[in-house]
Structure formats: structure tokens, C-alpha cells
Design a protein around this ligand. Sequence first.
Ligand code: ARG
Length: 392
Amino acid sequence: MRKVVLAYSGGLDTSVAIKWLKDKGYEVVAYMADVGQEKTTTAAIERAKKAGAAKVVVRDLKKKFATDYIWPALKAGAIYEGRYTMATALSRPIIAAEQVAVAHEEKATAVAHGCTGKGNDQVRFEVTVQALDASLEIFAPVREWEFKSREDEIRYAEKHHIPIDVSKKSPFSIDKNIWGVSVEAGVLEDPNTEPPTESFQWTQGAEKRNPKERVIEIGFEKGIPVSVDGKKMDALKLIAYLNDLGAEYGIGRMDMIENRLVGIKSRETYEAPAATILLQAHKDLESLVLDRELLHYKEGISQKYAELVYYGLWFTPLRTSLDAFVETTQKTVTGSVRVKLRKYSSHVVGRKSPYSLYNESLATYSAKDKFDQKLAKGFIDLWALPYRNRAK
Ligand code: ARG
């Protein structure tokens, strides 16, 4: 019998998808990737089996996600449309890549996902699969089946004894992992409606809290955060620590209208406390240790890198080439950054590095000044030469 590996979330769609794929004549392996979404529970595994999966495979990808996907994006300074720190977008390529590996192990000829036909995630999944193994067939049941509504789908599930998650269904569509939470749909579909308190996941209740301002110090080595307040932490611990701490302050909330790859504008809110603090601190340290031309050039790279991640082009030669460039720039991004946390915001209040290019004797306006101001005239005269010439 032909086999398909389905990226299974535990929700209604992918549970119904198991039955749909079986009806197509496939044996279904339900694959659950753990990227910190807190959904790979025993209940979900049981649900997959009851829905008809021949086998359930769970993979803990959290560590690899942090070191091989999140850290490169941090070093690149990748933020989509100036705000989205891309928790969802970064997670898709690793989930899909592992899905291909599972398909190979299981000798499956096909893979399937539960994305709709309107979003970015279908693109990210399918481009990754095609880039890694062009021979695999790809199914997207949710894009094809004919349920008109969620109620329709539930009726179908009940009729075929497909178990449904009994926990209360949120009115929002939520995607969560260690790098952040993405929330859309429900009342958020009106772009002019303020996100209600219940729509927030990690920072819920921040409106009512008044945490004390505090300064934390983040240590970086070659562009990677390695410590907080002098305490060494591995990637997962550091991210979790800053998420918890930042969430108390409501830091990292974003409410934006974004441009999807498929041409639709959508409204989404995000919560990404650790990502917000770390991207801010990292960028600040770069401004201390990178020379002007490199720093400016890298800004363009950051934007390109963000687009590429958002567009699902992780497994492409452009991404590996950009990574090589970025890696070179990070050799001196070592040092520490002091970040002040206050309600809803964080900002940098100090930075230091053994590779600092800041030279006080050049910058100072005091008696210690070593900058030869007389040189400035010749410099400006040459700089202005073309325009002086033109003006004449
Ligand atoms: N708009 C984000 C992206 O394209 C998140 C998509 C998933 N969001 C969700 N709430 N389920 O990466």
C-alpha cells in the first residue's frame, strides 16, 4: 500500500485529513513536529490513531529550530515588513524538511499538510518539499475538500468517528512556537478593531500589570546570544527566559497589516518578547562593531533575507549564500548590550565590545579630542567637487 506522511497538528483539519487520505488509498503516517507549540500531547497522538493513522511519529525539533533557523535569522536581522519577527515563517522549512526525512524513513511516496489555499504556509511547505525531494507527491486536503464551514466538517468527523479536540476552540487562529505566537481571524479580521485582551496568548493581562522597570544585560558571541546578566544559557533556555520575562511587560506585541505572498493583505497580531529584545540588542551591538559601509550594506541583506524566509525560499542557494555573507559580518559581533524593559517596550541603554569601533578620542567634544578638524575642509571640498563644478 502506498504511504503518505501527513504533518499532523492534532486539530480538526488534520484529523479529518487522515480519513481523506485513507479514502484516496493511502496508509497514513501522522507526523508531529515539536517546535514548542505545546500540542504534541499524548491526547493528540491518541487522536491521530483513533482517526485512523497507521503510525504516529513525533520529532522534537526545538533545539535545531533555535540554532539552525532562529539564530541565522537573528544574525541576518531578518524582520518582515519592518515588524514581523517570523516565528511561523521560520518554523515551516524545518517542519517540512523533517517531514521529507520521515517520508524517506517510512518509504512513503507522498506527503500532506493541512494548510489552506490562501496562506503563506502552503507555499513554505511545498517549496521545501519540492526543493528537497522533487519525486514526492504532495497533498493539500484542506485546499481540495468541499466542506463549506467548520460545522460541516465537524458533522463529517462525527459521522466517521473521527475524534475532535474537546478543549474549547479559540475564536482565533493561533500558531505558536518558541520564537513567538501568531494570531489571526475572528474579530481581528476587521483591521480597525483593537485586538481584544483574550486574543493575546503570552502577554495576556499586560494591560493591568505595572512591572518595575529593569535593565538586563545580554551577552553575545559572534552574533549569537549566550548569556543574560552574566548567566550562560543555551539557546532554548535563553529564548524561554526572555519570553517569560518580556511577556510580563507586554513586550513584543505587534499588530500589523501584512502582505502575503499570495497577494492578499491580512491582519495579524504577534507576540514575540524574546525575538523583539534579541533583534533589538543584536542590531545595536552591530552598530558598535561594524563599519559604516558594511552596516549599511547589511541593512539591504536583512530585508532580502526576511523576504526569502517569508516567501518559503529557505532551501535555496540564495539563502545559503546570504548566510555565508552574514556569517562573515558576525566575527566581531561579540560583547554585551544592556536593555531596559518597561511596560510594552524595551530599549537599549548601553553596549560594549572588545571589537568596538567607537573611539572616544575621535568622538569627544572635550579636551581629549584627537580629531584634526582642519582635515575636514579638504575632505568636504573634494566631496562637493562634482556639485561645485556643476553649479558653476
Ligand atoms: N502571517 C504569518 C505568516 O505568514 C502567520 C501565519 C499563521 N498564522 C496563524 N495565526 N495561524 O507567517
